[in-house]
Design a protein around this ligand. Structure first.
Ligand code: NAD
Length: 503
C-alpha cells in the first residue's frame, strides 16, 4: 500500500530525528469505534532497522558514562512532561485503541509510575561491597549497562508497556530500539517525543515500526544485547527461542487465562462489582483481565446476580462519558471474539448473557461486543482453552477451594489470579498453593506497582527476570565483580603463590 498525502504518516525515530520511512509497505491505523483511518504506519525496511541499531550503538559510547544523577534528572523531567500532557496522551490512545478515556489515563499513569521509579535510579543501580574478604582485600560489584537493548510491545497497553521498557533500560545506561504494536503506535510516538524533550539524547531512544519482519530483525541483530517482549504466547515463544539462540538476554511476558475464585463467605456486592470490572473493563483486552470465575459451594447461587451486574455496564465509544465497555481494537478481533462465542454455544456452554451485536447509537460501525457470560463451562471447551481477549467471562463451579486451586494450576497459563473471601486462613492457603505469578486477595487485577516486578508462571512468562522493579535493573545490567588490593609502598617482598595472599 502506498501513502495518500491526506492521511498523516507515523514517523520512525532514528538518531534523534523523526523521519519518514522509505518503505513500500504501510498499514492503516483505524479508530475502532468509527473505522476512521487516523494515520498510516510504515513497516520499516531492513536498512532503517540497521540504522536505528547503529545510532543506538554509537550513542551508547557516551550515554553509558553519563553520570547517574544526570540520567536520573532526565526521568524527573520526563515524568513532569507526561503529567502535563496526560489528557492529550489519553485522547490519542482512546482514538487508536478504543478504551475509555479514564482507562487510557490509567494506561498512561501505570507507565508514568515506572518513569518515576526510573528517576530514582541512583538508589537502584547500586553494587555491593564486602570489606576485607582477605587481608587488605575488598570485593565489590558494578552493575554495568549491556549496550543496545530492544523492546517489542503489544496493542493493549500502548503507553504503559513501552514505559515498562525504555525508561529503566535507558536509566541504567543502555540505549534502546523500540518496536511498538503496529495497531496503535501513535501514543507511543507522542511519548517518544516527550522523552526527547525531557533530555534523552539523540540515538539513546530509537523507534522502528513493523510486524514479524521487524521483530525477527531485532531478534537476529548482532549488536542488540537484550530483548524485552510483551504479547501473545505464540509470538513470545518464537521471540524467546530466536533471540536466545542469537545469544541475547530475553524476557517475554505472554498470554493469560486469569481465574478468580469466589468463596461463599466473600463480600457479595464488592465481589460482584470487582468481577464485572475486571472481566469486562477495557473490553476484556487486558492481559490481567478476568476470563474465568470459579464459584465455590453456595456461591454458585450468585450466577443471576453476576449476570444482572454485567447488564448494568454501558457499551459505547471510549470518548463518550459514562462508557464502561469500549470497542475491540480491530474488525479482526471482533470476528475472533464473536467466533469464539459461537463455538462456546456449539460446544454446549450455557450463554447466560449474549453481548454480540449491541446497538451503539452513533457508532454503528464500531467493533463492539458487550459483556458476555457463559456458565457450565468445562476445561475441554475452546472458550476455556483459548485466550479470548474480549469481554467474555466463563463461569465454572467447584465443590471446594482445593478443587478450584487444582483447576487453576492445571491451566497452562499463570499470569494473574484472585480469591474473594473473608477468611484469612483460606487466603493464606490460596497464596501458598496457587502457581500463578500475580495473586490478588480481594483484588481482582493485582498488577504490581513499580517497586516490585511484574512476573508470571508457566506459559505466561519466559526468562528469569521480569519487567520494571528491582529485577529489571539486573536484566538491563551485567554484574562485574572486582576483587581489589592496594600495596603499601613500604611493603617489600611477599609470597609468589597468589592464592596464599587471599587467606
Ligand atoms: P501479539 O503477540 O500479536 O503482538 C505483540 C508484538 O509482536 C507486536 O509488536 C507485533 O507486531 C509482534 N508480532 C505479531 N506477530 C508476530 C510474528 N508472527 N512474528 C514476530 N512478531 C510478531 O500480541 P497482541 O495481540 O498485540 O497483544 C495481546 C497479547 O499480549 C495477549 O496474549 C495478552 O495476554 C498479551 N499481553 C501480555 C502481557 C503480560 O504482561 N503478560 C501484557 C499485555 C499483553
Amino acid at each position: 500500500m502506498t501513502t495518500s498525502p491526506s492521511i498523516p504518516t507515523v514517523k520512525l525515530l532514528i538518531g534523534g530525528e523523526f523521519v519518514e520511512s522509505t518503505t513500500e509497505q504501510w498499514r492503516d491505523i483505524v479508530n475502532p469505534a468509527t473505522q476512521e483511518v487516523l494515520a498510516r504506519v510504515p513497516f520499516a525496511t531492513a536498512d532503517e532497522i540497521d540504522r536505528a541499531v547503529a545510532n543506538a550503538k554509537d550513542a551508547f559510547r557516551t550515554w553509558r558514562k553519563t553520570p547517574i544523577g544526570a540520567r536520573s534528572r532526565v526521568f524527573l523531567k520526563y515524568q513532569q512532561l507526561i503529567r502535563e500532557n496526560m489528557k492529550e496522551l489519553a485522547a490519542i490512545l482512546t482514538a487508536e485503541q478504543g478504551k475509555t478515556l479514564a482507562d487510557a489515563e490509567g494506561d498512561v499513569f501505570r507507565g508514568l509510575e515506572v518513569v518515576e521509579h526510573a528517576a530514582g535510579i541512583g538508589n537502584l543501580q547500586l553494587g555491593e561491597l564486602a570489606n576485607n574478604v582477605a587481608s587488605g582485600v575488598d570485593t565489590y560489584t558494578l552493575l554495568q549497562p549491556l549496550g543496545v537493548c530492544a523492546g517489542i510491545t503489544p496493542f493493549n497497553f500502548p503507553a504503559m508497556i513501552p514505559l515498562w521498557m525504555f525508561p529503566m533500560a535507558i536509566a541504567t545506561g543502555n540505549t534502546f530500539v523500540l518496536k511498538p504494536s503496529e495497531q496503535d503506535p501513535m501514543v507511543t510516538m507522542r511519548l517518544a517525543e516527550l522523552a526527547l524533550e525531557a533530555g534523552v539524547p539523540p540515538g539513546v531512544l530509537n523507534v522502528v515500526h513493523g510486524g514479524a519482519d521487524a521483530v525477527n530483525a531485532i531478534c537476529d541483530h548482532p549488536d542488540i544485547k537484550a530483548v524485552s517482549f510483551v504479547g501473545s504466547t505464540r509470538v513470545g515463544t518464537h521471540v524467546y527461542n530466536r533471540a536466545s539462540q542469537a545469544g541475547k538476554r530475553v524476557q517475554c511476558m505472554m498470554g493469560a487465562k486469569n481465574h478468580a475464585i469466589v468463596l461463599p463467605d466473600a463480600h457479595k456486592e464488592q465481589t460482584l462489582n470487582n468481577l464485572a470490572g475486571a472481566a469486562f473493563g477495557a473490553a476484556g483486552q487486558r492481559c490481567m483481565a478476568l476470563s474465568v470465575v470459579i464459584l465455590v459451594g453456595e456461591a454458585q447461587a450468585w450466577i443471576p446476580d453476576l449476570v444482572a451486574k454485567a447488564q448494568t455496564l454501558k457499551v459505547n465509544a471510549g470518548v463518550e462519558a459514562g462508557t464502561d465497555v469500549g470497542p475491540l481494537v480491530s474488525c479482526a478481533a471482533l470476528d475472533r471474539v464473536s467466533g469464539l462465542i459461537e463455538r462456546g454455544v456449539q460446544e454446549g456452554a450455557r450463554l447466560e448473557l449474549d453481548g454480540r451485536n449491541p446497538s451503539v447509537a452513533g457508532y454503528e460501525n464500531g467493533n463492539f461486543v458487550g459483556p458476555t457470560l457463559f456458565s457450565g463451562v468445562t476445561p475441554e471447551m475452546s472458550i476455556y482453552r483459548e485466550e479470548i481477549f474480549g469481554p467474555v467471562l466463563c463461569i465454572m463451579t467447584a465443590a471446594t477451594l482445593d478443587d478450584a486451586i487444582a483447576l487453576i494450576n492445571a491451566n497452562p497459563n499463570g499470569n494473574g489470579t484472585a480469591l474473594f473471601t473473608r477468611s484469612g486462613a483460606a487466603a493464606r492457603h490460596f497464596q501458598e498453593e496457587i502457581d500463578v505469578g500475580q495473586v490478588g486477595i480481594n483484588v481482582p487485577i493485582p498488577v504490581p506497582v513499580p517497586m516490585f516486578s511484574f512476573t508470571g508462571s508457566r506459559a505466561s512468562k519466559l526468562g528469569d527476570l521480569g519487567p520494571y522493579g528491582k529485577q529489571v535493573v539486573q536484566f538491563y545490567t551485567q554484574t562485574k565483580t572486582i576483587t581489589e588490593r592496594w600495596f603499601d609502598e613500604n611493603e617489600v617482598g611477599g609470597p609468589v603463590n597468589t592464592t596464599i595472599n587471599l587467606k
